[in-house]
Design a protein around this ligand. Sequence first.
Ligand SMILES: [Zn+2]
Length: 226
Amino acid sequence: MDRVGFDAGVCRVCEGPCPAGFALCFCCRTAVRQLQLPLAPVVAITTYRVGDRTHRLLRGYKDAPVGEVRRRCVGALSALVERWMADNAGRLRERFGHPWSVVATVPSSCRPTGSPADAVATRVPDLARLHCALLVRGAGEVDHLVASRHGFELAPGIDPGWLRAQRVLVFDDSITTGARAQSAVAALRREGARVAGVLAVGRATAAHGPPAPLAPCSARRAAEPT
Ligand SMILES: [Zn+2]
């Protein structure tokens, strides 16, 4: 798996690159400071750069204007995740330390409702059989490098007593700074759920240093599959 700055060290949370002398990368240190909670371990199946094939799939599966193209992208991403999970189930359990009983996706922070990642999660048998739409958007702002305990909340109809007996795998399409995924983790923990970890399809390889000034959300969506 490609890692930018591999020789500088690996973040203990997200396995992205981080500078020597630090346990966590800049993005994860920022999320810890904002959430004031421990973060969940993150595993990314692959890495991507803007414009490469994985990036085009991660953009296309939810944004391609033609339905057939979206379906082909979903199929390619689902096949990638299914193959990876067949080969890496042991590594994933070892990294997370516990098995999981529920798979939840992260609601979009830039779309009014829903989680695009459901389209992939529901087509990968190992994820689909445990999939449950646990979360909806909350009142807190969540954005790149902006994490919030209140960015997500429990979906209507989810029994908090049932949730407290579950251990959740959080699944998302991509990790850029981790703020969205870790905000989802915080929301689940706030409701009493245990969280095994975060599994993402792709990790943006340029997201782990101190960031350049951020463009508005709508502009960034053109470049990043958030
Ligand atoms: Zn990190």
